[in-house]
Design a protein around this ligand. Structure first.
Ligand code: FMN
Ligand code: EPS
Length: 399
């Protein structure tokens, strides 16, 4: 079993992430984690903070000489915004100096669509600063760092992932467009929206520009694909062991994600049963095979050995520049919501975060099914499981 936790605030000194249960022998490269952190900052429409924030990465436990040693892995990511916030965000009670007073002014105009107002009610705060600091998607940097480690573990077992943007607003990649493979990641990252279809990407750029011009924000849908999964990760025997349930929970746990689809998802509900599923037949090698991937590689809460395909839908950024009406909780009067700066769209970044969450869930499901205290042991267990599937039941693992 893998467990992970994050801590830290958007303008605090750093984010902390801990991953427990990772076998020994996973190659962990700080440069690869840094590369993933950099990918999370990509995307046309992200705000100014992404240009100046350096994700200062450190590993303070669980890795020696570039390899995991089986103990909890501890990651620190310094916030370069911190020097401006040392007084306001100090862990110790601190008198605010003149220069910090503006920055520390109480936020009493909660932003609709954010955790601000309900967070104040729930935790008993008179202003929204302590709410937004932890609710902020800055925290997703910690998850992406953990996801990079989970991905390195999965790669040792021949399991690879990729994510891409499938829609921005109502501009969508055409049905039937080719799906990216993990080897396409550089091309995807070079695209302004991390979209695999060049003509659609150009239209997406125009869509973001249009939102920005009108002081607005825009959402969209991302898709994560995983290749090389053996059949049987997850289970049908209980709701919380279903892999689709675990993936949905992990993806819905990303800030601003409002919907998740597995495979053709909601589209499947509009089809008749005769054309909604993935039929079985015998391929030229005499193996059981499916020609379609409508179920997204999951049946009965378990991987089928096909490509895993899940989507997450992100709402438009809630800090709308054309500030939304709200109520000042200090004066009781109607006013406009607090706004400083924000992303116009963070959909491409959400794709990178979604990829990290899927990697963590898959790594957890792999450790659950195959166990092992070291990568060779996990690999041996996986290979002997696959080899033990009787020939008349064997299917193709799509990698
Ligand atoms: C990568 C990423 C970047 C985000 N950037 C912003 C931002 O700049 N401004 C903003 O208002 N919301 C941003 N959000 C979304 C908020 O964090 C989110 O809307 C807020 O937590 C409330 O959404 P919820 O109701 O789903 O929790 C971002 C989300 C993600 C995943
Ligand atoms: C800092 C990050 O995203 C932030 C997420 C975020 C929010 O409300 O979620 C609001 C913005 O923060 P700020 O108000 O400080 O500009 C984004 O920049 C990040 O992704 O690293």
């Amino acid at each position: 079993m893998l467990r992970w936790l994050t801590a830290g605030e958007s303008h605090g000194p750093e984010l902390i992430a801990v991953l427990e249960g990772l076998p020994a022998g996973v190659p962990v490269s700080l440069d690869e984690i840094r590369a993933d952190l950099a990918r999370r900052k990509l995307g046309y429409g992200r705000g100014s903070r992404m240009r100046f924030e350096q994700d200062e990465l450190n590993i303070s436990g669980g890795v020696v000489q570039g390899v995991s040693i089986g103990g909890p892995l501890a990651i620190r990511i310094g916030n370069t915004e911190w020097p401006k916030w040392t007084e306001v965000m100090s862990a110790e009670k601190t008198e605010l100096s003149e220069k910090s007073r503006g920055r520390g002014a109480p936020l009493t105009r909660p932003r609709p669509g954010h955790a601000d107002l309900t967070g104040m009610q729930k935790y008993g705060f008179a202003e929204a600063r302590p709410v937004l600091e932890r609710a902020s998607a800055r925290e997703t940097a910690a998850r992406v760092a953990l996801g990079a480690v989970a991905r390195a573990f999965l790669a040792e077992l021949g399991i690879t992932l990729v994510s891409h943007t499938v829609s921005i607003g109502d501009v969508e990649v055409p049905v039937g467009a080719s799906l990216p493979r993990p080897t396409d990641v550089d091309a995807l990252d070079a695209d302004p929206l991390r979209c695999f279809d060049a003509p659609t990407s150009a239209r997406m750029v125009a869509e973001v520009d249009d939102a920005k011009k009108t002081g607005d924000t825009i959402g969209g849908i991302v898709e994560v694909l995983a290749y090389g999964l053996p059949p049987g990760l997850g289970s049908y025997v209980h709701w919380d062991r279903r892999l689709d349930s675990r993936l949905a929970g992990a993806l819905m746990g990303i800030q601003a994600i409002k919907g998740v689809e597995v495979g053709d998802g909601f589209e499947t509900t509009r089809r008749r049963g005769s054309v909604a599923h993935d039929e079985l037949h015998i391929n030229e090698d005499g193996r059981i095979a499916r020609d379609t991937g409508r179920a997204g590689g999951i049946e009965g809460g378990m991987t089928t050995g096909q490509v895993l395909r899940v989507r997450a839908g992100m709402k438009p950024i809630a800090t709308v520049p054309h500030a939304l009406p709200t109520v000042d909780t200090e004066t009781g009067e109607e006013t406009k919501a607090h706004h400083q700066r924000s992303d116009v769209s963070a959909v491409p970044a959400a794709g990178v975060v979604a990829e990290a969450m899927v990697a963590l869930v898959l790594a957890d499901a792999v450790t659950e099914k195959f166990g092992g205290d070291s990568v060779p042991e996990t690999r041996r267990n996986l290979e002997s499981y696959v080899a033990a599937i009787p020939e008349r039941l064997a299917t193709v693992i799509e990698s």
